[in-house]
Design a protein around this ligand. Structure first.
Ligand code: AHR
Length: 989
């Protein structure tokens, strides 16, 4: 026998053995030598073994006999009935064949050597079996919201019992081979954490149906996952490999024992999400489970969830749909400690985050470099560290500046301020008088904001052609020129470059933003200007600092870290366009600036030191992403080895700049010279950003080189790989163990909620990397997320918080958006669904911002287990995703939850998210708490509609409120409003 045939035979045996179960009652009537005989066979099948009884009647004679030597081998059934006849034991042998629908057995019945007849035994029909030809099995069709009768007549229940994940239907035109029932493979559930259902204890055979139908999977190894069926582990399961290619059916058959009345399959993603098309469970006893999980009951089972980081415990029996859901907190047990790195911030120069955002500068294009011609320099011609000046087209009028009076403006590369700001604005005022001044105006970032009784600092570099004596006047005026809010005349211009500074103070005027900054002369002449700057008062009065209102929003978030300086911004579109930290330090007029990869010029006024001072002001730590020799898209990369070494050194120096001693290290001394002698705390370094985009295969080597160098010089630093384990395993870092891996998720609300359990099964083993969810967002709502987004965020964050012992850090992204011009050329938004929105004057937190803030302000270090029961399930139709088509509606939990406790104060923070549009009563049970204060607090964010939101003109529509809660005890019931996120603060000391 050829090996392949042998293997086939070996596999074929258990498959056919378990193909049907004849356990139950069978009837047969037949004519014989002694007249009509009526038989009832009661079969009990246990695998291939068959036992049971034969009860028979012939005339008025009744007999009962035990069956002997019973066997079921595939569809062949055989046994012996012993009969005592005239003191002799006679063997009646039955050898039969089971029909295809498993309801009929045709036997050859031999009574010793006396008689031989052909008889038919028929399965006794139960109510269910009568309507379903192959009775007793439970059949679930994944991805279908209504029952399906397959082409062989079997009825499959609509999908139910899944935890997490999503469903998808495939194009029915794509043929599925290797099956007679292709319709079973045309929809699936994917990305789930588990499937479970309630069935009686006993022996079962489960058949799991798989097919790889996603066109994004193009070969073996691209979808690998593990699953565990009642203790039977299927590790690194590859549907493609199992089925022998795409669109091919594969059925895995597993004999299992159920001992706690729950049948459960746990799924773990390895490379890509798990998927399954159908599940069939055959009882090996007489029990009928075909209707054991009616939709509603299954719903409750599906939502009975084990808690993060705790072993799955036997679940309490589910209550019916009408029963009050229960959240049972075990205060006597701590399943983990919330990492001190929860929660953080992440942003970059995107959406006018700094320029026109957090960075205080009000003048747009202050250095006149927005028109610079910047080539894209590739790695092989780029000399790391070498400054490359940019050039300008002749006769260019600088962007964002306009002429006042009859002035002429032009970029002048032959009168630069210095080699970095290697251009200036030449202002020619051929005629200028007091009544008709000439000069320049700047409208800022969609307006120059003014507030009452506020002092603004103007500064600029200027020189004049011989003969010009000035003065020049700087002012803030309304855009229509009718109101001057503040102005000051500045004297002293000469033919040499000089820096000027003045204060502009407003009176008690109303706040406004449709204003302009002007610099004018009342006498004719020619001037050159550079670094024309206007600053409002900044947060904590830092020179070159940040906008106070936005910093205050951030301060309320109590962030623990800032991931900086990107995102894509760290990489840039080319080697000379990356965030080159050494060109972002020192006096601002010596920073050349560079084009942001998000399409506009960055002055780098927000440089490395400003980032660190931003951290200092909010008492958070930098998480420093270093440039790792890889640029975005066609920007290229440097292979590991000597050519990468200069970038590794740059990174080490960058670390030294932030942390080095001011007296004993070169870059520490430079930091002190730049104004900050005290080193900054730093514990985490990320190597690059999203290096999984690097298809060259260079990532592993580059990471290794950075990792080794950083660990050698700074062994205490934790090194983060920017290739997270949400990516396919083949590209994970293997040569070293990254301390953390950075995983990014931008998803719709449904997917966020469906992934509530994502990290429950993440390995906590010492030889596994921890997780940094360094970018994530529920992308619903624009420019900032609406309540639907906030609910998705809250559900997802509950999942992160429950696993905050392995997910050490998390940060929403992006953080900021300037909402002044959402569309069109030169728009202020490059990326939708950002946490905080603002224009020149005002800023606001989105509902998602409030969710983040509520989490950060209400979190203890102890993670407490919660047992949930009877959680209601709702049907959602997710928007079409990357897999296209019309996604099928799916059932997901309506409630999400997490509990932590501050050990010192004994306060338990119970977070509950109700994503449904109706209020929900929940019975909260608190076990293991010695004392429960009857009075507590609730912080609640809720909305009338998921599309409700905050906006620049309606900034506080949705804000959390705090209320006192009475009657708290070891068991109490509370109503959670529709579309709400609630934090209950329960005092237990
Ligand atoms: O957050 C927006 C962008 O998304 C980041 O720059 C990048 O890292 C990710 O692709």
């Amino acid at each position: 026998m050829k090996t392949s045939t042998l293997l086939l035979a070996l596999f074929a045996l258990p498959l056919s053995v378990f193909a049907a179960d004849i356990t139950g009652s069978w009837k047969s009537e037949f004519d014989s030598q002694i007249g009509l005989q009526k038989y009832t066979f009661t079969f009990k099948q246990d695998g291939a073994n068959l036992t049971g009884k034969a009860n028979s009647e012939a005339g008025d004679r009744k007999r009962e006999a035990e069956l002997k030597d019973g066997k079921v081998e595939g569809d062949v059934v055989s046994f012996v009935e012993m009969m005592n006849f005239q003191e002799n034991e006679i063997r009646i042998t039955y050898t039969g064949k089971l029909s295809a629908d498993a309801n009929e057995i045709k036997f050859t019945r031999e009574v010793g050597e006396i008689a031989k007849e052909e008889i038919v035994a028929k399965r006794e029909q139960t109510a269910f079996a009568a309507s379903s030809p192959a009775a007793k099995a439970l059949r679930i069709k994944a991805g279908k919201d209504s029952p399906l009768t397959d082409s062989s007549g079997k009825v499959w229940l609509a999908e139910q019992g899944f935890e997490g994940g999503a469903t998808v239907e495939h194009d029915p035109a794509v043929a599925i081979t290797g099956t007679k029932t292709p319709e079973l493979f045309q929809s699936e559930h994917y990305s789930m954490d588990a499937f479970s259902c309630k069935i009686p204890n006993g022996s079962y055979v489960a058949k799991l149906y798989f097919a790889e139908t996603y066109d994004g999977i193009t070969g073996p190894g691209e979808r690998v996952f593990s699953f565990n069926v009642q203790g039977h582990e299927f590790k690194d399961f590859d549907v493609w490999v199992k089925a022998g290619g795409p669109n091919r059916a594969y059925i895995e058959t597993v004999p299992v024992e159920v001992t706690n009345q729950v049948f459960r399959i746990g799924f773990t993603s390895k490379v890509e999400n798990p998927q399954i098309n159908a599940i069939e469970i055959f009882p090996q006893s007489g029990v009928d489970i075909s209707a054991a999980v009616p939709t509603q009951a299954a719903t409750a089972v599906a939502a009975t969830e084990p808690v993060a980081a705790t072993p799955v415990v036997a679940e309490p029996a589910p209550t019916g749909p009408a029963a009050t859901p229960v959240l049972q907190i075990d205060a006597g047990k701590v399943t983990g400690q919330v990492s001190p790195g929860f929660f953080g911030l992440m942003t970059e120069e995107i959406n006018f985050s700094y320029e026109g955002g957090l960075y205080g500068e009000l003048i747009r294009n202050r250095s006149f470099k927005a028109d610079a011609i910047v080539p894209s320099v590739q790695a092989d011609t780029y000399e790391a560290g070498k400054y490359l000046p940019v050039s300008y087209r002749p006769d260019t009028k600088p962007r964002f500046w306009t002429a006042v009076g009859g002035a002429l403006l032009v970029l002048d590369a032959s009168n630069p301020l210095n080699e970095f700001l290697n251009v200036s604005l030449r202002l020619e005022a051929a005629s200028a008088t007091a009544a008709a001044p000439a000069g320049i105006a700047n409208g800022g970032y969609w307006g120059i904001p003014i507030k009452p009784k506020t002092t603004y600092t103007v500064s600029f570099f200027a020189k004049a052609a011989a003969g010009f004596t000035g003065p020049v006047t700087v002012s803030i005026e309304s855009a229509d020129g009718k109101t001057c809010f503040a102005s000051v005349a500045i004297k002293g211009l000469t033919t040499e470059w000089r820096r000027f500074e003045a204060k502009l103070k407003t009176r008690n005027v109303p706040a406004s933003k449709d204003n302009v900054f002007k610099l004018t002369t009342q006498t004719p002449g020619t001037l050159w200007l550079q670094n024309v700057s206007l600053f409002p008062p900044t947060y904590k009065n830092r020179p070159n600092g940040n906008r106070a209102d936005i910093m205050e929003l951030l301060a309320a978030m109590k962030p623990k870290f800032l991931r900086l300086p990107g995102g894509n911004y760290v990489e840039g579109n080319a080697f000379n366009q990356r965030f080159n930290w050494k060109e972002t330090i020192g006096p601002v007029e010596q920073r050349p600036g560079h084009p942001s990869c998000w399409g506009y010029w960055s002055t780098d006024g927000m440089g490395l030191l400003e980032y660190a001072e931003w951290c200092e002001d909010l008492e958070m730590e930098p998480v420093l992403a270093v440039f790792a020799g890889y640029c975005l898209g066609g920007g290229g990369h440097v292979e590991a080895g000597p050519k990468l070494e200069p970038y590794v050194q740059e990174a080490l120096e960058e670390i030294e700049y932030l942390t080095g001693d001011a007296r004993t290290t070169r870059w520490g001394a430079r930091r002190a010279h730049d104004g900050h002698p005290k080193p900054f705390p730093l514990h985490y370094i990320e190597v690059g950003n999203e290096d999984w985009f690097d298809r060259s295969g260079s990532h592993e080597g580059r990471f290794t080189q950075f990792f080794d160098a950083i660990k050698a010089k700074y062994p205490h630093l934790k090194v983060i790989s920017s290739v997270g384990h949400e990516q396919r395993e083949s590209i994970w870092v293997k040569s070293r163990l990254p301390d953390l891996v950075d995983e990014h998720f931008y998803r719709n609300q449904q997917d966020m909620e469906a992934n509530f359990h994502q990290y429950d099964h993440r390995s906590r083993a010492a030889d596994q990397s921890k997780v940094f969810v360094g970018e994530w967002a529920t992308r619903v709502g624009s420019p900032t997320p609406n309540m639907a987004g906030a609910l998705g965020d809250a559900a997802w964050m509950c999942g992160l918080e429950r696993n905050a012992d392995v997910v050490l850090m998390e940060c929403f992204a992006p953080l900021f958006v300037n909402v002044s011009q959402l569309t069109g050329n030169g728009r202020s938004m490059q990326w939708e669904s950002d946490l905080i929105g603002y224009d020149a004057l005002n800023s606001y937190g989105s509902p998602s911002y409030h969710v983040e803030t509520m989490f950060a302000q209400n979190c203890g270090a102890d993670i407490l287990p919660i047992q949930a029961e009877g959680i209601p399930v709702i049907e959602q139709t997710p928007p079409a995703g990357r897999r296209g088509g019309a996604p099928a509606p799916r059932r997901v939990s309506a409630l999400y939850y997490s509990a932590t406790r501050d050990a010192k104060s004994g306060v338990i923070f119970l977070k509950v998210v109700n994503v449904e549009g109706k209020a929900q009563q929940i019975n909260i049970q608190l076990n293991g708490a010695t004392r429960i204060d009857p009075k507590g607090q609730a912080v609640v964010l809720s909305a009338n509609s998921p599309s409700d939101t905050n906006a620049i003109n309606d900034r506080d529509k949705l804000v959390p409120h705090t209320e006192t809660v009475n009657g708290l005890s070891a068991s109490f019931t509370r109503e959670f409003p529709p579309y709400s996120f609630t934090i209950l603060k329960l005092r237990t000391k």
